[in-house]
Design a protein around this ligand. Structure first.
Ligand code: HPA
Ligand code: ZN
Length: 335
């Protein structure tokens, strides 16, 4: 039987790959642009949405950086984060590990603390009001220099108590993980968890570098690892999770059709694949929309859906007791 939306919603799920700046919905963008008196190159919400047709990662990133330009004050980051938590909660997300891109803001003159304080305050309110727990993962923009990444890491070190991990995002091809080997070493030595986008557009070699040089414990996307039998075997053997983002892959032409998405092959190979929304305001949906899309395109069974929910809990940075409790809740929901 096809798993229903209600069944998927009821399963406790963690979201492990979601850029908070990518949850910026056009109506909130207009509201904040207005109150900050920022010039905005679109006339209406419809016009913004019409611009969300992408050919590849870069064509999306150009619009993504333009959108975040209206975020200026602590309250803006609060509103953005709070709105995401409300949506995630409605989809049955019980824990979220949120990426943020401080360099996308500090390079515009917005202080690191303004960004962090706003996100953090919303996370605390969201936890109290919706029961959604969270961790923050700070991403380095890989199109910027190593020096710039080190500077950003130094800022994060001043807020070690509020940032759980570091990641790597933005334009992948031409900016291999090796560029950030020393930055990641310093971050790991300071106790940060390490993850990285790899194999979204970049070749399988980038996934190997993320594992060997950055020593990440999770790969974000990882689609192109499926081109390399050695990597498929290694990801399964070492139980290195992939944070898969189906609607993102479709919108950014990483796959031509969701029916050709490698998710099912990942699960068959024994890889800890998880379902995530990446940039939900830009790619057509939140976690539940992503589950629904792959359920329909790949004819996923209830067992596949349960495996994906369980994987999201297992792959999270949360502690083992919490994971065991959540997995117990998932098992209690099985027929
Ligand atoms: N890939 C790389 N960088 C990003 C993405 C993505 O999917 N979303 C936001 N920054
Ligand atoms: Zn991403």
């Amino acid at each position: 039987m096809t798993p229903t939306d209600d069944f998927i919603r009821a399963l406790p799920k963690a979201e492990l790959h979601m850029h908070i700046e990518g949850s910026f919905e056009p109506d909130l963008m207009f509201e904040i642009a207005g109150r900050n008196d920022v010039e905005f190159p679109f006339e209406s919400v419809e016009e913004v949405r019409a611009a969300y047709e992408f050919e590849n990662l870069q064509s999306f990133l150009d619009i993504y950086y333009q959108g975040m330009n209206v975020l200026r004050h602590e309250r803006d980051f609060y509103d953005l984060t709070y709105a995401y938590l409300e949506r995630a909660h409605a989809d049955g997300v019980v824990h979220t590990e949120i990426f943020f891109d401080p360099q996308g803001h500090t390079e515009r003159g917005v202080a690191f603390e303004t960004v962090l304080d706003g996100i953090w305050r919303a996370l605390r309110d969201g936890e109290r009001e919706f029961g959604v727990s969270s961790s923050l993962i700070m991403c380095f923009l890989r199109h910027h220099s190593e020096v710039d990444a080190f500077r950003t890491l130094d800022q994060a070190l001043e807020h070690r108590d509020r940032i759980a991990g570091v990641g790597l995002d933005s334009s992948e091809v031409g900016h291999p993980p090796a560029k950030f080997e020393r930055v990641f070493r310093k971050a790991r030595e300071a106790g940060f968890a390490a993850v990285a986008h790899a194999g979204e557009e970049g070749p399988p070699a980038y996934v190997r570098e993320a594992l060997d040089l950055l020593q990440v414990t999770r790969i974000d996307h990882g689609n192109r690892a499926m081109e390399a039998p050695d990597l498929i075997a290694r990801l399964a053997e070492e139980q290195i999770p992939l944070t898969v983002c189906p609607l993102s892959n479709l919108k950014l032409c990483v796959v031509d059709d969701l029916r050709n998405h490698p998710l099912k092959r990942m699960l068959k190979a024994g890889i800890v694949a998880t379902i995530n929304s990446d940039d939900p305001a830009y790619f057509g949906g939140y976690v539940l929309d992503n589950f629904r899309a792959v359920r329909d395109a790949l004819a996923l069974s209830a067992q596949d859906i349960v495996t994906l929910a369980r994987n999201s809990i297992t792959a999270s940075l949360a502690d083992e007791d919490w994971k065991a409790r959540r997995i117990g809740e998932i098992e209690a929901l099985l027929p």
